[in-house]
Design a protein around this ligand. Structure first.
Ligand code: FES
Length: 199
């Protein structure tokens, strides 16, 4: 009868060697040894284990912190007050460009608000007081002080926002309601709400 202890490892019928438990594996990694080769191997393993532990802790910490910063979209307000009609003199007022991306314009007919979005590809044009025009820095479209395109690739004038007075007499701008002048179609710039007349 064959002695099973003489069979090569993995031979049929031989029991597989028991796997070391986690504690035993860690003990082998953190135990001391006199053999320099084995010592280097153990050092590498220690570094690997430490990197894995620190990586896991780091990911968990990030997930924990993420809990306090919910993914929220802070959309700019579309309806807001800009002051009284008397706050705006003749011409183009750019003070709300940064916060609301609009210009307030007073001409001989009244006050209206231009949405500062180029009708070519959506860049924000610059107001050039010395040239009395809006100039888009992206592809060179030019608009007169009322936002009407006259040069460059812009296909139509810039849109205007709905304006009305609240009970206190302040101007309310509503960017969710725009008036436009599509190419080949009638202008909406004379519609009620597109301009505040006689103010
Ligand atoms: S986006 Fe203004 S000219 Fe192209």
């Amino acid at each position: 009868m064959a002695n099973s202890t003489l069979e090569p490892p993995g031979a049929p019928g031989q029991k597989p060697a028991p796997k070391p438990s986690l504690v035993q594996a860690l003990r082998s990694i953190f135990s001391k040894t006199e053999d320099p080769d084995e010592s280097r191997t153990i050092t590498r393993r220690r570094r690997f284990v430490m990197a894995a532990v620190l990586g896991t802790l780091g990911v968990n910490l990030l997930m924990f912190l993420r809990f306090f910063f919910p993914r929220a979209l802070y959309e700019p307000k579309t309806k807001f007050l800009i002051g009284y009609p008397s706050d705006f003199g003749f011409g183009v007022d750019t003070k709300f460009q940064k916060d609301f991306r609009i210009w307030v314009v007073r001409n001989t007919e009244g006050i209206f608000v231009i949405s500062a979005i180029c009708t070519h590809l959506g860049c924000t044009p610059d107001w050039k007081p010395s040239e009395n025009k809006f100039k888009c820095p992206c592809h060179g479209s030019g608009y007169d002080p009322e936002g009407i395109n006259f040069e460059g690739p812009a296909p139509r004038p810039m849109d205007r926002a709905h304006v009305e007075l609240n009970p206190e007499g302040q101007i309310v701008v509503d960017l969710s309601h725009l008036y436009s002048w599509p190419k080949g179609d009638p202008s909406q710039f004379g519609d009620p709400g597109a301009i505040l007349r006689n103010v």
